[in-house]
Design a protein around this ligand. Structure first.
Ligand SMILES: Cc1ncc(COP(=O)(O)O)c(C=O)c1O
Length: 471
């Protein structure tokens, strides 16, 4: 099959024009059974909303159009095999770890991991050994090769290294250097590349994970314009047990994957195969224009600064360093949102804007016009403290999950052990993993984050956290 074909999309698109009698799920019958307001909004989408009918293949046992679409994706990303994910990169992260780690296996984990990794640690019983992450201006950058080297020396029995590269702000680690260490140590290199599916299409981008890792996960809805939460897992290694990987995927995914989402993955793959370089270069060109506009008013995290720190930057991620300018990033984000200019995330210290394939060039003008007329920005009065140091672990995430737990007020939680992750969302990176002690610095940080209006997963409406009950 050729990259100019999109077998899954083409089949579903053809089929939607035929009249079928729907004696199967989903029972909306291709749209007719949707509530009328949904019928109007989602009518054509519903024609693609099918199930494992003859011709439609089966995500868990693909032999037809899904298999063909996955093979084309694997060919384009030069993987041994590619698996479509209907549960986002989150599902891929869980499956990736479950594919290679047994209970008790040690894994080196960059401390900028997404919260789905905490679930993966609970699910697998793997024991995390955290690697420090460089930070600047309250932002997590990435893991340095030296940190990996030290981790491997300190924990010689690790089974795998789990890195998140790039991080949310587009800062990528030196995967080439780290891959050499992983190879020499004979350990798996697993990469959460949720934000980096576009890297291989332009040399100005950081290096893609594919040539260096055993397994990686990419969130195509985040970078390539697929439907939410379309993502993929690539297997780049002959050493991974593919049967076990497939079983792991089945354990973390729905048995009813949405076909519109799967079709979007296939169509996005075809677009990248045919025009990938153009798509990414256009994103980059537009991002650079937007950077120039923003940089007249506020400092940005730049590729040069990131390179000096030993990392590389995807410039389509534009981080406004509000704290460095002494202004309140939340106020900036809210002013922009009031004018219908929506950023990816806003926090007191930083605002993140993403330029993707859906970016319209005239939006730069709109932002420029707004910034010119914008009232002076409020000085940053809400001081969110420095990111707290990773707390000491008292239990593994899996042990912590299954121990009896109770609710405790966050303000009085110092010294207790967290039963669940505590995570500012975004960026979705746990400050505390299950089983770690809640330190004074964590409490101070989370209380300040809450006061600043940041969503914190793991803290409920009564400002309570789940802690391991004392026996
Ligand atoms: C680094 C990273 N990995 C994984 C995920 C989960 O991705 P998804 O939303 O596709 O499940 C996110 C989500 O923000 C992320 O930032």
């Amino acid at each position: 099959m050729k990259q100019s074909q999109a077998p899954l999309w083409e089949y579903l698109n053809r089929r939607r024009q035929e009249e079928h009698v729907w004696l199967h799920v989903p029972t909306h019958g291709g749209g007719a059974g949707l509530p009328s307001e949904l019928r109007e909004a989602f009518g054509s989408y519903a024609r693609f909303d099918l199930t494992e009918l003859p011709g439609c293949d089966d995500l868990f046992h693909p032999t037809g159009i899904i298999a063909a679409a996955q093979e084309l994706a694997a060919e384009l990303w030069k993987a041994e095999a590619t698996y479509f994910l209907a549960g986002g990169a989150s599902a891929g992260v869980r499956a990736m770890l479950a594919a290679v780690c047994n209970p008790g296996d040690e894994v080196l984990v960059g401390r900028n991991a997404h919260k789905s990794l905490a679930d993966a640690l609970v699910f697998t019983g793997a024991v995390p050994r955290y690697l420090p992450v460089e930070s600047r201006d309250g932002l997590l950058l990435n893991v340095k090769p030296e940190a990996v080297r030290e981790g491997l020396l300190r924990y010689p029995r690790v089974k795998a290294i789990f890195l998140t590269s790039p991080g949310y702000n587009g800062v990528a680690a030196d995967l080439a250097a780290i891959a050499g260490m992983a190879r020499d140590a004979g350990v798996f290199l697993l990469v959460d590349e949720a934000h980096g599916a576009h890297f291989q299409f332009a040399t100005e981008m950081p290096q893609p994970a594919g040539p260096f890792c055993d397994l990686c996960v990419q969130s195509w809805h985040k970078t390539l314009g697929a439907l939410t939460p379309g993502a993929v897992l690539h297997c780049h290694s002959k050493h991974v047990d593919r049967r076990r990987l497939q079983d792991a995927l089945q354990a973390v995914q729905t048995t009813s994957p949405p076909y519109p989402l799967l079709a979007s993955l296939d169509a996005v793959r075809r677009r990248m195969a045919l025009y990938g370089e153009k798509v990414v270069r256009e994103m980059l060109a537009e991002a650079r224009k937007l950077r120039r506009v923003l940089a007249t008013y506020l400092p940005l995290l730049s590729a040069a600064e990131v390179a000096r720190l030993g990392f590389s930057l995807d410039e389509t991620r534009i981080t406004v360093l509000a704290a460095r300018a002494g202004v309140d990033g939340l106020a900036l984000g809210r002013l922009l949102a009031a004018c219908k200019i929506e950023v990816e995330f806003m926090q007191p210290h930083a605002v993140l804007a993403i330029v993707g394939p859906g970016y319209r060039p005239d939006w730069t003008q709109r932002v420029a016009a707004y910034l010119q007329a914008m009232p002076p920005l409020r000085e940053n009065k809400i001081q969110v403290p420095q990111l707290p140091a990773p707390p000491p672990a008292r239990y593994t995430p899996r042990e912590a999950w299954f121990l009896p737990s109770a609710l405790a007020p966050l303000s009085g939680a110092t010294g207790f052990v967290a039963a669940a992750s505590l995570v500012c969302y975004p960026p979705g990176v746990p400050l505390v993993f299950p089983g770690e002690e809640i330190t004074p610095a964590v409490v101070e940080y989370l209380l300040a984050a809450r006061r600043a209006g940041i969503t914190v997963h793991g803290v409920d409406g009564q400002e309570q956290v789940r802690v391991i009950a004392e026996v």
